[in-house]
Design a protein around this ligand. Structure first.
Ligand code: SAM
Ligand code: SF4
Length: 473
């Protein structure tokens, strides 16, 4: 499967790096003992990355008392390092044409019941306007895999999104989730100023990968596995990895994700920006072996394990998950969630009451409007953030900086979260949310002990009340 020519590989970097025998050996040899598990949790709390062996010991832990300690460890790590912020974004589906046949996906070519369409640039702008009018500032554009969605098309859609301004609204960061490109293709989308390029390996187990990808370009495991290396080569250093949980044994996928992070650290000296761990949801004509579906108990445990294993990587949770699961894993350091989500093509302008599986990729479990989610987060004392400051100041790898630079969160993330929240409260929140939101901001202001900095922040908050926008540190 590995063809150096085809990958236009400049050197050894893009060689596939997943060895299933090695991963299973780590899992099978792990016989966790109480003290060992506690030492591993402590290692992570001391701000160290875990090895594959250590991660294997955690995934093999079944003692309920120790599982609680793993979750408590993840919670403590989040509290100590990341504090009480949560970044919000919305997905925007651009088109559902697809040449592939992924057995889990409603968009797959063989699903003749799927209603196919692609947004025109005007349709796209109309969706963006609705999202801006709800208060969104960060989007991820999602595409099927099709010759029509070539790099120039993707770049054009990204530029279109950045160009839409409605009232005080604007989209300040456009991420993409799209099929793997070649290096030139990645250069083209990089020039359109994408934020993160996100792609999920789906499963790190090559044999299973072959069974669920039944046709089309996505069949090539290594072309996908090395996509982010080509992205790096093209200058995109802000990338997101993920595994679609439910295709194969979740323990293998967790180690696969950690192995992917190791590859990044070894070659580029920095890990991926974010990790996603979507669980398979119902989809139109879903056609999968259900033996690996992940229970809520295993899911919450694995999120806590990932937090401990790669403590400086951003973690994304989506509206695939019901709110009860979301609430639990938010405590383990999930850094981004989507809110006000609709994944139908033209879904934000058509806003149907009911989901229609024939028009979307899969079913979501949380379709509450953005304000309901904002209101709930504020009520729980979390600061919803639309911050895009690092990206726009050229500070890439912000999650890593949050983790490793002392005072970074106090100096940048927390105040920027408060400023973007104030913008939201002024422009989009109903009165009750506005009142609660300002109470939260007041409370958070008391946590700043540098009087000069606090004064600067108070001044900026006052400017926002007077109508100034897009202020950040
Ligand atoms: N077509 C591109 C690709 O496959 O890379 C873009 C991404 S696809 C539209 C977004 C992601 O949705 C996939 O990578 C997959 O992990 C996830 N997905 C597909 N079917 C799903 C399902 N039934 N439930 C949950 N997630 C699903
Ligand atoms: Fe197409 Fe992506 Fe769905 Fe696969 S997951 S069928 S490539 S849209």
């Amino acid at each position: 499967m590995y063809h150096p020519q085809k990958y236009s590989i400049p050197d050894e970097r893009m060689k596939p790096f997943i060895d299933p025998v090695e991963i299973w050996d780590f899992i099978n040899q792990a016989k966790p003992e109480k003290q060992q598990v506690r030492d591993i949790i402590q290692k992570s709390l001391d701000k160290n990355r875990l090895t594959l062996q250590e991660t294997a010991l955690l995934v093999q832990t079944t003692d309920p008392e120790l599982i609680e300690e793993i979750k408590e460890g993840a919670h403590q790590l989040k509290q100590r390092i990341y504090g009480e912020r949560i970044v919000l974004f919305a997905p925007l589906y651009v088109g559902n044409l697809c040449v592939n046949n992924c057995s889990y996906c409603g968009f797959r070519a063989g699903n003749t019941q799927q209603k196919r369409s692609t947004l025109t640039l005007d349709d796209l702008a109309a969706q963006v306007k609705v999202l801006e009018d709800a208060g969104q500032k960060r989007l991820i554009l999602v595409y099927g895999e099709h010759p029509r969605y070539n790099p120039e098309f993707i770049a054009e859609t990204v530029r279109t999104v950045y160009g839409v301004k409605s009232g005080n609204g604007e989209i300040r960061r456009v991420n993409i989730n799209a099929a793997p490109l070649d290096i030139d293709g990645f250069r083209t989308v990089h020039e359109a100023k994408i934020g993160t390029y996100q792609i999920f390996q789906e499963t790190y187990h090559e044999e299973t990968y072959g069974k669920v990808h039944l046709g089309g370009m996505k069949r090539d495991f290594n072309w996908r596995l090395t996509a982010l290396d080509r992205a790096q080569e093209a200058g995109i250093d802000d990338v997101g990895i993920g595994a679609l949980l439910g295709l194969y044994d979740w323990r293998f996928e967790v180690l696969g994700l950690v192995r992917h992070v190791n590859h990044f650290e070894a070659v580029y000296n920095v890990g991926p920006h974010t990790i996603s761990f979507p669980r398979i949801q119902n989809a139109s004509n879903l056609n999968i072996d259900r033996s690996h579906l992940v229970s809520d108990a295993d899911f919450t445990k694995l999120v806590a394990i990932l937090r401990l294993a790669v403590p400086y990587t951003g973690m994304i949770l989506t509206a695939r998950e019901p709110s009860a699961v979301r609430d639990e894993v938010l405590k383990f350091g999930v850094s981004q969630i989507d809110g006000g989500t609709n994944i139908q093509i033209k879904g934000y302008t058509d806003m149907a009451e009911n989901q229609d599986l024939e028009k979307e990729q899969f079913q979501i479990n949380d379709n509450r409007p953005l304000n309901e989610i904002m209101d709930e987060l504020i009520g729980r004392g979390l600061i919803p953030s639309f911050c895009t400051s690092c990206y726009r100041m050229g500070r890439t790898g912000e999650h890593f900086m949050e983790f490793s630079v002392p005072g970074f969160i106090k100096r940048f993330c927390q105040p920027n979260a408060m400023l973007t929240l104030a913008e939201y409260l002024e422009d989009y929140a109903p009165p009750a949310t506005k009142e609660k939101g300002y109470q939260l901001i007041e409370k958070k202001l008391t946590e700043f002990d540098d009087p000069q900095f606090k004064q600067r922040l108070i001044e900026r908050l006052a400017l926002i009340k007077q109508g100034k926008r897009d202020l950040y540190f």
